[in-house]
Design a protein around this ligand. Structure first.
Ligand code: PGA
Length: 255
């Protein structure tokens, strides 16, 4: 399905705590040619913080977007370990992930903090890929939609349609991340439909927010995922770490 209102599919790589500066630079260089002359897709990458500047240099003049894996809502100050919109903008970053399941579940960032980061950053006019998703226990308890509502609705209610222009939502079931267990197309379609509905109810039908799927996406399963209604790309971990695995995803999105 085509991305909403002229927006393109987003094929985003989350490199997590992988690849040092030299390896990140090499991967960025290797991806440049895969991202040329794309008509339906944009390529976004999120290297480690320490590699961002090298990736920025490597991607000069390329349409590939690069951004951070997390970002603070505050503009500056005593926030040890954090990055600001201004710092990222200075080196040409165009987005940040927020609320990735590893931030939530491994590092214990509460939902209220992920929500506050997202709202604070959107209000500074910077793009956020806001990650939502249920754990296996939550899915098995049939509370998937409630969990996603709790993660998403406070953000949607706090922003204007204008601010939502910079919002991208990534639906990533926690149990599908890095496990090789991809969600079924029915499960993905259901959650994406519910998210799209909630977005249009809260912000208006004329406010399309891209919704990406994430969780064990590979070249083997992506073709059946990207053709689903309300799926406008992917947030990819493991398969984003080499040109050989990531470039085919871009090609599948191009169709
Ligand atoms: P995975 O990670 O593709 O390795 O499952 C996805 C993500 O965490 O964004």
């Amino acid at each position: 399905m085509a991305a909403p209102h002229g927006k393109k599919n987003i094929i985003a790589g989350n490199w997590k705590m992988n690849l040092g500066v030299a390896a990140s630079r090499a991967l960025a260089r290797g991806l440049r040619s895969s991202a040329e002359k794309l008509s339906k897709s944009e390529v976004w990458v999120a290297p480690s913080s320490i590699a961002l500047e090298a990736v920025a240099q490597e991607l000069k003049g390329s349409p590939i977007h690069y951004g951070a894996q997390n970002i603070a809502q505050e503009k500056s100050g005593a926030f040890t370990g954090e990055l600001s919109v201004a710092m990222l903008t200075e080196i040409g970053c165009t987005f940040s992930l927020v609320g990735h399941s590893e931030r939530r579940n491994v590092f214990g960032e509460p939902n209220s903090q992920c929500v506050a980061r997202t709202i604070g950053v959107l209000k500074q006019g910077f793009t956020v890929v806001y990650c939502v998703g249920e754990t296996l226990a939550e899915r098995e308890s049939n509370i998937t939609s409630r969990v996603i509502e709790e993660q998403l609705v406070p953000v949607l209610q706090a922003i204007s349609a204008q601010e939502a222009q910079n919002l991208v939502i990534a639906y990533e079931p926690v149990w599908a991340i890095g496990t090789g267990k991809v969600a079924s197309t029915e499960q993905i379609a259901d959650v994406h439909r519910a998210i799209a509905l909630r977005v249009s109810e809260t912000l208006g039908a004329g406010c399309p927010v891209p919704i990406l799927y994430g969780g064990s996406v590979t070249a083997e399963n992506f073709a059946s995922i990207i053709q689903l209604e309300h799926v406008w790309g992917a947030l990819v971990g493991g398969a984003s770490l080499s040109v050989e695995k990531f470039a085919p995803l871009i090609q599948i999105s191009e169709g």
